[in-house]
Design a protein around this ligand. Structure first.
Ligand code: NDP
Length: 495
């Protein structure tokens, strides 16, 4: 179907003006796949073809790992402060080209901009640690002996990222391994590889040496699996679904390397009766509707104290009625979901919620007609009367669907909040410091926010989850150490 649309130039960037069509980045060169095959990247809001990227396979993985392994010797010997300077230069270029980065991501995942692009800030935060990755001195039996530890990098690291925020996710995951002296081979998701390729282009312009960052495009099966299994890959950083993460961990274990896993979530936002609702409601709305709910940290469960349940539901309905849905260039609150398959998953969960006896209090349908027929747009949706244990309360939906659950006591709130297999993120809204502290201490989540959501405004959060949301932490000041191995060195007595 064709619908005539006029997209203001300010909202567009031509991907081909940024990255040569049909190429990926291996060993400092922009190359096609060994097979010569490509696949299309679509704009989910218009179905327009944004570009073609190489359909990589095992031969391309081999070439990228060989390039990363060859570059490792020079990169690990590069003075840490020089590594830091190069990464800071990369951050500067991300700032300079923030419009291009933002527009590329708007177009390839169909989302409107909803917050300042964090790429440069996240790179700088870790780049500043370049010359602070250090070992310790150890006690010795004699004073003329010396014992200490060194932190050695591993070598070539595999990094696999999902489609839902490539420009936000990739720099955060690359910079820790790099600053510690490792090199990386990155596999972006097939739905959204362009922003990642452009980030590699900016890294190249910054003067980061050839082979230090490599990007291989292609599917999880054809690129992701051979990459994780490659004998010269020394560590894996995976972000994506819990199902795929489990597979990655098995593959990594088959050649005795660990994987840092950042997986799914089913995050609870807890609202006590004493909360400032004028403050809380906008956070609750953003928590579930930013990126159309396609966020690992989405606050998809709202736990509300029973005495204010109806008030909160009415306020939420009023707030949802003001939400605009449309293509990114209209600057709406929410764009489409990434594709038809994701849309079917979300609509399937909405059907399941109704069948399980929850009340569909707002939305619940796919939007159709005009611009909506060009993408998969789903109304912002609220379920009330949700009980702990229902599928919509337990499983990650990855769409704009909020489940409201009432509770009667602090203990019950904590029990329900902690009552899923996931443990990525949580939030509590209250004016009682004691309640906030108790919740923060008892929450089984890698990130707890108090009177805000998703850790908004903080830099250097150690990102990662409890339970089936994964293990390992990235992006914090001690996370570069995850990308080093400790070596003890003991000097014998000199005389
Ligand atoms: P997937 O797990 O389907 O895919 C993630 C990445 O893994 C993609 O690059 C994909 O490639 C690749 N992949 C898929 N199968 C394999 C395989 N067998 N071997 C190696 N790589 C593979 O997740 P989605 O892309 O659907 O992303 C959504 C998920 O990511 C949600 O569960 C969300 O919660 C989670 N997520 C977690 C975050 C966190 O920090 N905890 C942050 C953001 C998202 P391809 O698609 O090209 O086949």
């Amino acid at each position: 179907m064709t619908i005539t649309q006029t997209i203001p130039a300010a909202f567009l960037v031509d991907p081909q003006s940024l990255i040569e069509d049909g190429t990926m980045f291996i060993g400092g060169k922009w190359v096609p796949a060994a097979s010569g095959e490509t696949f299309e990247v679509l704009n989910p809001a218009t179905q327009e073809v944004l570009g073609r990227v190489p359909r990589g396979g095992r031969a391309d993985v081999d070439a990228a790992v060989a390039a990363a392994t060859a570059a490792f010797a020079g990169w690990r010997e590069t003075h840490p402060s020089v590594r830091g300077r190069l990464l800071n230069k990369w951050a500067d270029l991300c700032d300079e080209h923030v419009r291009e980065l933002e527009r590329l991501e708007n177009q390839e995942i169909g989302r409107p901009s909803f917050a300042p692009n964090p790429a440069a800030t996240n790179i700088r935060y870790i780049a500043g640690l370049a010359d602070k990755i250090q070992g310790t001195s150890l006690p010795t039996a004699d004073l003329d002996q010396l014992a200490l530890t060194l932190r050695d990098p591993f070598g070539a690291i595999a990094i696999i990222v999902p489609w839902n925020g490539p420009g936000w996710a990739a720099p955060k995951r690359i910079v820790g391994p790099l600053i510690a002296g490792n090199t990386v081979v990155l596999k972006p998701a097939s739905e959204a590889p362009l922003t990642v390729l452009y980030l590699a282009k900016l890294a190249e312009e910054a003067g980061i040496p050839a082979g230090v960052i490599n990007v291989v495009t292609g599917s999880g099966r054809d690129v992701g699996e051979p990459l994780v299994l490659h004998p010269d890959i020394k560590r894996v950083s995976f972000t994506g679904s819990t199902k795929t993460g489990t597979r990655i961990a098995e593959l990594a274990a088959s050649h005795q390397i660990p994987a840092i896993l950042e997986l799914g979530g089913k995050s609870a936002n807890v609202v006590y009766a004493d909360a400032d609702l004028d403050l809380a409601i906008p956070h609750l709305v953003r928590g579930i509707l930013d990126n159309s709910g396609q966020a690992c940290v989405a606050g998809s469960r709202l736990l509300v104290e029973r005495s204010i349940e109806q008030d909160v539901i009415e306020r939420l309905k009023t707030a949802f009625a003001k939400v605009t849905v449309g293509p990114w260039y209209e600057e709406p609150t929410m764009g489409p979901v990434i594709n038809e398959a994701q849309g079917e998953t979300v609509l399937g969960y909405i059907k399941a919620g109704v069948e399980e006896g929850a009340t569909l209090a707002y939305g619940g349908s796919r939007l159709t007609g005009g611009k909506y027929d060009l993408g998969c747009y789903i109304e912002p949706t609220i379920f009330t009367d949700v009980r702990a244990g229902m599928r919509i309360e337990q499983e990650e939906i990855f769409g704009p669907v909020l489940s409201v659950i009432a509770f009667d006591s602090e203990d019950e709130a904590v029990r329900i909040a902690n009552g899923t297999r996931y443990g990525l993120n949580s939030a509590v809204f209250t004016q009682d410091v004691g309640k906030a502290v108790r919740f923060a201490r008892r929450s089984e989540a890698g990130l707890v926010s108090v009177n805000t959501t998703m850790g908004m405004g903080a830099v250097g959060i150690p990102a990662g989850g409890f339970k089936s949301s994964g293990y390992g932490r990235i992006a914090s000041s001690d996370s570069p150490l995850e990308w080093t191995q400790t070596k003890a060195v003991v000097f014998g007595k000199t005389a």
